[in-house]
Write a protein that binds this ligand. Structure first.
Ligand code: DPM
Length: 361
């Protein structure tokens, strides 16, 4: 672990009991650190006797900053180094943005907790000179910065007068590129990331589902652990937010059934109303010209039927032994069913073409 820097950010105090040391792995970006610290803070509140140690690492995704994410391909880009450290017992817990985790995790790993979702929508951040404008009122041919195929496809469809160009780098870099140059009139970022960074004041517009649906898992934090580590699994399971878990399982099952990764324009919108879970999913061509979209719902009554054994009951990589197994199964089925409906309508061709065009760029 040559790249790692260790710093003990939270340690034992008070009770006099010597607790177990839990090591939390994180990427080095400011957002990743903030996200890990927030989970550490919550764990510390629940388990005051546990020692938490934070281990920060650089990942390939952090090092390759000049290539669009969708071109580098693999989702494991941001997660591989962290999973290696988990595997070697160098860390016990890794905190991720759920949307950066593939729908199938490598064997031996599972998502042991999904925390309550932040605002899952995308947000518009304007160049200061455009203050007061919206995507509707920006001058024709204004350049919008985004490297997300999903955002570009949906927004091209909705705002054909605008132009879209890649922008890469972590959030700090992107805001700098926006503010200090004249390359972009605005950029699109997840509201959740902006909020966690303390940059909510830069949000000029939140994009609703009619403009741009969000990415699978967007806005939710996930805690990845070793699937066999029963103690840690049990410890982190109290962090699960049941509504978020059900929404995200349906979204992940949808993406998995479509065989989509981060290099395809797939978007979702979910809601829990009473005991019903609603999933809207869309598959778009890169230029947004073709867009298949549908909504389905399923009952996810939260009964007390919980499952005891861990990994064989993981749903799209998520182990949630403290959430009703009937509800988890229903959520997963909803995602699979909706994907099948769109596949029947021709989603396969749209995705195949999008992949081919993206690879050729
Ligand atoms: C994934 C995408 C992006 C990230 C693709 C997408 C955005 C890439 C880009 C899968 N991961 O959304 O269609 O804009 O070039 C990422 C962000 C967050 C997690 C930043 C962002 C923070 C929000 C969260 C990058 N991963 O999307 O603005 O926790 O959901």
């Amino acid at each position: 672990m040559t790249e790692s820097e260790k710093n003990i950010s939270i340690s034992q105090e008070g009770s006099g009991k010597v607790g177990r040391v839990i090591r939390m792995g994180t990427r080095k970006s400011q957002l990743a650190r903030i996200q890990t610290d927030s989970v550490a803070f919550t764990l510390k509140e629940i388990y005051p006797d546990v020692h938490l140690e934070i281990v920060a690492m650089s990942t390939i995704g952090d090092k390759i900053l000049d290539t669009a994410l969708s071109k580098i391909g693999e989702k494991s880009l941001f997660t591989k180094e962290l999973e290696n450290a988990l595997e070697k017992n160098e860390v016990d817990i890794v905190v991720h943005s759920l949307k950066d985790l593939p729908t199938s995790l490598p064997p031996g790993f599972t998502i042991g907790a999904i925390l309550q979702r932040e605002n899952p929508h995308d947000a518009v951040v304007l160049h200061p000179k455009n203050a007061g404008l919206t995507l509707d009122s920006l001058p024709e041919k204004s350049v919008i910065g985004t490297s997300s195929l999903r955002r570009a496809a949906q927004l091209k469809r909705r705002f054909p007068q605008l132009e879209f160009e890649n922008i890469r780098g972590n959030l700090n870099t992107r805001l700098k590129k926006l503010d200090e140059k004249e390359d972009y009139a605005a950029i699109i970022l997840a509201a959740a990331g902006l909020k966690r960074m303390g940059w909510e004041s830069r949000i000029s517009q939140i994009l609703g589902p009619e403009d741009c649906m969000y990415a699978v898992g967007q806005g939710a934090l996930a805690v990845e652990v070793r699937a066999q580590d029963k103690d840690i699994l049990e410890m982190v399971s109290v962090l699960h937010h049941p509504d978020t878990v059900l929404r995200c399982i349906s979204e992940r099952a949808f993406l998995k059934q479509l065989e989509g990764g981060c290099s395809v324009p797939v978007a979702v919108h979910t809601e829990v109303k009473g005991s019903m879970l609603y999933l809207t999913g869309a598959v778009c061509s890169l230029d947004g010209a073709d867009c298949l979209k549908d909504t389905m719902k399923i009952s996810v009554e939260l009964d007390n039927k919980v499952n005891e054994s861990a990994q064989e009951f993981a749903h799209v990589g998520v182990t949630a032994t403290n959430v009703s197994s009937n509800a988890l199964e229903a959520a997963e089925k909803l995602g699979v069913d909706l994907a099948n409906v769109l596949l029947d309508k021709g989603a396969k061709d749209i995705l195949a073409t999008a992949r081919k065009l993206n690879d050729a760029r």
